[in-house]
Design a protein around this ligand. Structure first.
Ligand SMILES: *[C@@H]1O[C@H](CO)[C@@H](O)[C@H](O)[C@H]1NC(C)=O
Ligand SMILES: *[C@@H]1O[C@H](CO)[C@@H](O)[C@H](O)[C@H]1NC(C)=O
Ligand SMILES: *[C@@H]1O[C@H](CO)[C@@H](O)[C@H](O)[C@H]1NC(C)=O
Ligand SMILES: *[C@@H]1O[C@H](CO)[C@@H](O)[C@H](O)[C@H]1NC(C)=O
Length: 438
């Protein structure tokens, strides 16, 4: 199937279904395969709603938690450089000066505990990256606001608290763990996280529109600043789907203190380049040029923690800064080597960015759907009432999350529709991929 035909197939049929009821979608959707064919590419709505600037294909989004994969790769690179053993305890890599930074004056050894026990627990680097450290998240807003410019002071917010469980035994999504991981990238490399990611990942990949800037373009700019999406929330009538109010997303988080948990700005094309390069399991590639040792890639993608109790033996597993989706009921060993799908998402208050790379089809297919606007189905009367009560922003982060997950569902729908239409589709056998490690 040639490029044009593939594009036509995707565009003609897919836009009708996956984006039904989303005429008001502001964002970019793109499906490509590992043979460098674009199966679907479409921009929706506006970069800037009041000025009606159309959304460009290379619009720049804050990709939020998708940053975690950059941090995980950085730590695996530092392991290859002999600077750290990721199976070791993080306590072995924290000295009195670090602990002083974290507010533990006069402490010589980091000794995390679970409530009711005086025993020092071992938190390994792999636990940080697998969301299994037990280190709690501080209240959501706290680490975005007060301590701009100091990772150490941010770490202080959570490092002295009791662990939620014995490390390695449970899953609990922790931005804290990645803030700490970001701290370690800086400490082990002697560079700022921004310098490190620029030199060892972004430049290596030649991602021309990507940069790590937790201050959102205040540091400098790689891509074209005019292509940075404006962020909005919109209220939509639940029945007619008429948009009756649009607001600028002014209460966006300042990620300046959440180093490592977020902070990358990128485009769908640049993120896909990252995935295709890193998750290239062909014998000659195996993560090159980002990773040199094939074992690093295997350790990075190996499913480690089910993301919920129902997922034990199920599909959604946390690996290292990424989700590995594996059908363990089909082939346990197959999952141990290459997952079925690698996916990750990142969301702020109004932005949501969803990526999924399907390694179960040949050639591999990647779908990305990025949105710059969160849309709420709310009756006008309710909004009027809330405005009258002057309680301010009544839609808190918890209200936004289910709406953002709509973007995730769109990505899955689009993905399945494109695959369904691709006549070339060929399922990989679960056991086919015998990777021989040196
Ligand atoms: C994966 O690596 C192989 C071998 O280096 C290369 O031929 C292929 O183009 C790569 N695939 C992608 C999607 O980059
Ligand atoms: C860490 O442990 C895992 C299995 O427990 C092993 O596969 C991996 O090679 C180890 N990494 C290093 C750098 O020793
Ligand atoms: C896993 O594979 C089994 C057997 O083919 C299938 O019935 C099941 O639906 C699959 N699960 C998922 C989540 O794909
Ligand atoms: C797949 O395509 C066929 C026809 O081409 C259609 O009837 C079917 O509904 C599609 N399935 C999905 C899940 O989109």
């Amino acid at each position: 199937m040639g490029l044009l035909e593939a594009t036509f197939l995707g565009m003609a049929a897919v836009s009708a279904a996956a984006f039904d009821g989303w005429n008001d979608f502001n964002g970019v959707a793109r499906v490509t395969n590992a043979a460098h064919e674009v199966l679907f590419q479409k921009e929706y709505g506006f970069l800037n709603i009041p000025y009606k600037d159309p959304m460009p294909a290379d619009a720049i989004f804050p990709v939020a938690s998708n940053t975690k994969l950059y941090v995980a790769v950085a730590l695996y690179q530092l392991q290859e450089a002999g600077k750290v053993d990721l199976n070791a305890s993080i306590a072995d890599y924290l000295n009195a000066k670090d602990l002083k930074n974290f507010g533990m004056h006069g402490t010589r050894k980091y000794c995390p505990k679970v409530a009711g026990s005086s025993e020092c627990q071992v938190v390994r680097f792999v636990d940080l990256l697998a969301m299994s450290s037990g280190i709690p998240n501080p209240p959501f807003r706290d680490y975005f606001l007060p301590y701009a410019g100091s990772i150490g002071l941010t770490v202080k917010l959570f490092i002295n608290q009791d662990l939620l469980f014995i490390p390695g035994t449970e899953y609990d999504y922790s931005n804290s763990a990645f803030i700490l991981a970001g701290y370690f990238v800086e400490k082990l490399s002697g560079k700022s996280l921004r310098e490190y990611l620029q030199k060892h990942i972004i430049s290596v990949l030649e991602q021309s529109s990507t940069e790590y800037d937790p201050y959102d373009y205040q540091l400098s700019m790689a891509g074209d600043r005019r292509k940075r999406v404006y962020e909005y929330y919109q209220y939509r009538d639940p029945k007619t789907h008429e948009i009756y109010a649009t607001g600028e997303c002014r209460d966006e988080f300042d990620l300046g203190t959440a180093n490592g948990a977020g902070g990358v700005l990128s485009t769908v094309a640049d993120e896909q380049l990252f995935y295709y390069t890193l998750f290239n399991f062909s014998k000659d590639a195996m993560g090159k040029p980002l990773l040199q040792d094939p074992r690093s890639l295997i350790d990075l993608v190996r499913p480690r923690m089910p993301t919920s109790p129902e997922q034990k033996g199920g599909y959604f597993w946390y690996a290292q800064g990424l989700l590995s989706l594996c059908n363990w009921s089909v082939d346990h060993e197959g999952c141990d080597v290459i997952p079925n799908i690698i996916g990750y998402e990142g969301g702020l208050m109004c932005v949501h960015t969803a990526n999924l790379l399907d390694l179960h089809v040949h050639p591999a297919v990647m779908t990305s759907v990025y949105s710059s606007t969160v849309v709420f189905d709310v009756k006008k009367a309710l909004v009027k009432k809330m405005q009258a009560s002057k309680t301010g922003d009544f839609l808190e982060a918890s209200d936004r999350w289910p709406q953002q997950m709509e973007v995730s569902k769109m990505a899955w729908k689009l993905h399945n529709e494109v695959l369904n239409q691709s006549k070339q589709r060929e399922k990989m056998e679960w056991k086919v991929r015998g990777i021989i490690l040196p």
